[in-house]
Design a protein around this ligand. Sequence first.
Ligand code: AQP
Length: 344
Amino acid sequence: MEEIIRNAAPAAEEPKKIILSGIQPSGIITIGNYIGAVRNWAAMQEEYDCVYCVADLHSITVRQDPATLRRRIYETLAIYMACGLDPEKNVLFVQSMVPAHAQLGWVLDCYTMFGELSRMTQFKDKSKKYEQNINAGLFTYPALMAADILLYQADLVPVGIDQKQHVELARDIANRFNQIYGDTFTIPEPYMPKVGAKIMSLAEPTKKMSKSDENANATVAVMDTKDDIIRKFKRAVTDSGSEVRYGEGKDGVNNLMAIYSAFTGKDMDAIADEFAGKGYGDFKLAVGETVADALAPAREKYEALMKDKAYLESVMKDGAERAAYRARKTLSKVYRKVGFVQPK
Ligand code: AQP
């Protein structure tokens, strides 16, 4: 990751590159979301102009309980901050508080093709998972995500591998719009970590770890207690072998090695050497303890933040004002270009 950041780092005199990303408050943020996205956001905040949202508009593409959703919006913002995002250095906001997202989302719906949306892997997966609720929002989700990104003229979008296809579609939509109306949007690049771009479920290691997974043993939440984290890693599904080595047919062990690597910075060979002659039991315990200890300071901050709702709300309000100011500029340019009337 450090290497990627260095390569993409702007020269001192250039304006900072713009970063946009977000997470849906559709569950408790997992170590997959953390390794694939949040911790990289925190690493970028000094060198980049960063805009991070709690993507609540996206989360209602799947049915949510209103009270739970409301609580998770606070929790997600608190986790961002507990994981090191400074609300002074970054624009931190809740997506539904900035109407320009829905407004540009609609415009971009009209520049996104049915065939393109039909090819999206997430749509295919979620239509299978939620076959009683295959709603239009689930289908057009990527056009709203394109609006999130393009509103801020983002250069880079730090995401896990599952979202890469959506960022590529955002590029196609932006190029299409620019070709019709002239230069309007910056063309964004996806930005993925070298290790941990796809953390797998602990219970079914051929499946991505997802915060909405109903099996509590499949995911490790960033804010789980130390005991829970260790217990979940101890129960993680591996294979019938015993050698800690990265290789084919060892999905469970490969995943644990990727997690351990993400938290220790060690490569796969160094991990195999460290656990040579030891069994999976020792390895799982070491992964659990390493993850729990690394996350302990964030958990403490999170608990303190969750006790101060007024402060979280002040961050939301300030973030929404700053985001809306920036988003308005792009939206009015788009409205003008497509032919809408905007009296002064
Ligand atoms: N398992 C993962 N490994 C690495 N990165 C991941 N991300 C998600 N899962 C993993 C990244 O985290 C961000 C969160 O994206 P999101 O909340 O908008 O939606 P998602 O990708 O659908 O995440 P989940 O956890 O799987 O949510 P649900 O269960 O609601 O569908 C993105 O950058 C994503 O790549």
